[in-house]
Design a protein around this ligand. Structure first.
Ligand SMILES: NC(=O)N[C@@H](CC(=O)O)C(=O)O
Ligand SMILES: [Zn+2]
Ligand SMILES: [Zn+2]
Length: 355
C-alpha cells in the first residue's frame, strides 16, 4: 500500500475481525450487521450458552448467523469450536477437514464470560492438541490463569509461564494465537516464539489503560477480560500493532452485553466496539505515524496466519474536518448495548472502494 503525501485519503483491503462475539437469538440479529457492514470475515467465538463444542453445533450456529445476515452484506463467518476436556479428536478432524471449523478456542474454566465448560486440567486436552497440530488447525487461547491467589492484573503473565510455554514447547508445529493480548509480556512472548505463534489485539486495548476503568468513578463499559493493564502495556500493544509484524493482527473482541448486565453490582466483562473499530484504528495508527501499517494489521496479517487469501474488496479511508457522529448505543430486545467510547472525537471515515 502506498500513501499519498497528505496521508488523509487512501485505499486498503477490506478488513477482517479475527476475534468476535456474535451471541445468539435477538442479540445476534442486532449486533451482526455492525460487523458484517465493516468486515469481510470474522472468527466467531464459541462461548454461547451452551457452548459450541461439536462440529454439529458449529454447523447449526453458522446457519443461524447466515439467517440473521442482512441482505447485501458480504460476510463470511469463520467457525470455531470450544475446547473441553471431552472434545473428541475425531470430531475435530471431521469439522476441520470438512472446511467448517477454522480454529479451536481454549478457555481456562472460569476465566471469562461463559467459560464454565472450559478446561481445568490442560493435560487432559493434549490428545486434541496433538490432533490439531497434525491437521494444522490453530489453537486460540484466552490466556489467563484463574487461580484465586493470582492477582487479576498478573493473570496473563502467569498463564504464559504456566500454560502457554509448556504447550508451545510440547507442540512445536501447532499454530497458536494468543487472543486479546494485553501485556508487554504477551507481546514479548509472541515475538520470541517463532512463526507459529501470533496474537490478536483488540481496538479498546490499543486505546485505554486501566485508569479508564477506575479513575473518577467505575466505568463498566471499559471493563473486559483480560482487563486493561498499565500504560506501559498499552504502549507495547500499540508498538506491536503498528510494527507491521505479521504475527500481530486485529481481533476486536467485540463482546456485547446489555446495558443492564454491565451497569449493576456484578457487571459483565466485554466491550462492544464493532460499530466504530475501523474509525478508531485509523485514528490510532495516524497518531503513531503508522497509517502505512494499518492494512497489515487489519487486513493482511490475519489471513496470512490462517492461510487464507486477503479480501479482494477495498475500502477507501479518508479524514474529514468535522467529527463523525455515530450511534453511541443500539437497541436489543427492549434493552440497549452501549458502543465503545474511545474518549476522543473520530475524524476518519471510510467507504467501499470497489470499482
Ligand atoms: N472479552 C470479554 O470481556 N468478554 C468476552 C469473553 C472473552 O473474550 O474473554 C465475552 O464473551 O463477553
Ligand atoms: Zn477471552
Ligand atoms: Zn472474546
Amino acid at each position: 500500500m502506498s500513501l499519498p503525501d497528505n496521508q488523509t485519503d487512501f485505499i486498503v483491503r477490506r478488513p477482517d475481525d479475527w476475534h468476535l462475539h456474535l451471541r445468539d437469538g435477538e442479540m445476534l440479529k442486532a449486533v451482526l450487521p455492525h460487523s458484517s457492514a465493516h468486515f469481510g470475515r470474522a472468527i466467531i467465538m464459541p462461548n454461547l450458552v451452551p457452548p459450541v463444542v461439536k462440529t454439529s453445533d458449529a454447523e447449526a450456529y453458522l446457519g443461524r448467523i447466515q439467517t440473521a445476515l442482512p441482505e447485501g452484506h458480504h460476510f463470511e463467518p469463520l467457525m470455531t469450536l470450544y475446547l473441553t476436556e471431552r472434545t473428541e479428536p475425531a470430531d475435530v478432524e471431521l469439522g476441520v477437514k470438512s472446511g467448517l471449523i477454522k480454529a479451536l478456542k481454549l478457555y481456562p474454566a472460569g476465566a471469562t464470560t461463559n467459560s464454565d465448560s472450559g478446561v481445568r486440567n490442560i493435560e487432559a486436552v493434549y490428545p486434541v492438541l496433538e490432533k490439531m497440530a497434525e491437521i494444522d488447525v490453530p489453537l486460540l487461547v484466552h490466556g489467563e490463569v484463574t487461580d484465586a491467589d493470582i492477582d487479576i492484573f498478573d493473570r496473563e503473565a502467569v498463564f504464559i509461564d504456566r500454560v502457554l510455554t509448556p504447550i508451545r514447547e510440547r507442540f512445536p508445529s501447532l499454530r497458536i494465537v494468543m487472543e486479546h493480548v494485553t501485556t508487554e509480556d504477551g507481546v514479548n512472548f509472541v515475538k520470541g516464539a517463532g512463526d507459529k505463534t501470533a496474537a490478536t489485539i483488540t481496538t479498546h486495548h490499543l486505546i485505554i489503560n486501566r485508569n479508564a476503568i477506575l479513575v473518577g468513578g467505575i466505568k463498566p463499559h471499559y471493563y473486559c477480560l483480560p482487563v486493561a493493564k498499565r500504560e506501559k502495556h498499552r504502549l507495547a500493544l500499540r508498538a506491536a500493532a503498528s510494527s507491521g509484524d505479521g504475527r500481530f493482527f486485529l481481533g476486536t473482541d467485540s463482546a456485547p452485553h446489555s446495558k443492564s448486565a454491565k451497569e449493576c453490582a456484578c457487571g459483565c466483562a466485554g466491550v462492544f466496539n464493532a460499530p466504530n473499530t475501523v474509525n478508531c484504528l485509523a485514528h490510532v495508527f495516524e497518531e503513531d505515524g503508522a497509517l502505512d501499517k494499518l492494512e497489515a494489521f487489519m487486513s493482511l496479517n490475519g489471513p496470512a496466519f490462517y492461510g487464507l487469501p486477503a479480501n479482494e474488496e477495498r475500502i477507501r479511508l479518508f479524514k474529514t474536518d468535522a467529527p463523525l457522529v455515530l450511534e453511541d448505543k443500539i437497541t436489543v430486545d427492549g434493552d440497549e448495548v452501549v458502543v465503545f467510547d474511545p474518549g476522543f472525537p473520530l475524524f476518519w471515515r471510510y467507504e467501499t472502494a470497489n470499482a
